[in-house]
Every structure is written in C-alpha cells, then in structure tokens.
Design a binder for this molecule. Sequence first.
Ligand SMILES: [Zn+2]
Ligand SMILES: [Zn+2]
Length: 174
Amino acid sequence: MRALPAYNTARRLEKQMNRCSRFSGRCGCSEVRYGLRNPPLFVHACHCLDCQKASGSAFRITTIVLERDIVISQGDVSFRKISTQRTEFICKSCGDVIYGTATNHPATALLNTRTLDDPRMLEIGAHIWTVDRHPWLVLPTDVPQYEKGYERNEVWPQENLQRLRRAVDEGGRI
Ligand SMILES: [Zn+2]
Ligand SMILES: [Zn+2]
C-alpha cells in the first residue's frame, strides 16, 4: 500500500483535532446541527432507576449547559411545552430532542447527551444515586460519588457556578 505523503497525514490529524476541540452535535436525521460556545457547566452520571429505565442502560449521563452557549448552526428547531415548567427544543424534521429547559433552573439547559458528535469528550463530574447502581458496575474512585443527589453549590466547580450566576443576572442574554 502506498504511504500517504507526510503533510497529508499531518493535515488530517489537525482537522481531526479541530473537530474534537469543540463540542458539537446533531439530531438523528442530521438536519439540525449545533455547537457549544463553552464546555458544559457540569456533567453527571445518574444511576437512579428512572434513569436506568429511560436510557435502557446502567446509568444516564446528564449534560448541563448554559442555554445561551447552544448555537444552532443548521436546521430548524421548534419547541413543545411538556409541562408548565418544562420546554423541549426539537428537530422539526425528526422530532429528536436537542435540549430541554425548565423555568425553575433559569439560564441552563439539559443537552440531550445522545446528540453529541463525540460524547467521550464529556468529563463526568459526579456519579449520583449510586444507591441504585448495578452491583457489577465498578466506579472510578477519583470521581465523587453520592448515594443520592448532590447540592450543586457544593459540587460544581466555582468557576462554573459563577458562569451560571452571571448568565442568570444577564437574563440569559449574550
Ligand atoms: Zn432531525
Ligand atoms: Zn436519575
């Protein structure tokens, strides 16, 4: 097999790096594409039974971002009210949920982790509801674990709590 010229390989690697250096995602039909202006505020893995059932897996990864950090770069997003407090933002074509918001959590959005191009970029900040954890699952000891929920003020990095406070003060505007 003919070897690729060195510069080609280097450029390809550079492209890959650029693609991976920023969070991006898309809906199931790829009509809607988005990027994140900043990394998530916090990511946790929830082991509660509800999350096990909803994900069909041992836990669900919840990706919490600033709503204003989500930049829809392509496609049409519509929304639907799922309760008086909660709204989901969905792809108009395939109905995939991109993210959801709740009035009791101003300025934040729960990004649908499944829509990320590369969810491996996420850094899990905590494992929660470990009381319901599958017994065979061994969790890393260097990530905080909580038997039930956690207090965000005690667990989230200070810097990200400040980012959130700023966004709430500014009414979510950029
Ligand atoms: Zn779609
Ligand atoms: Zn849960």
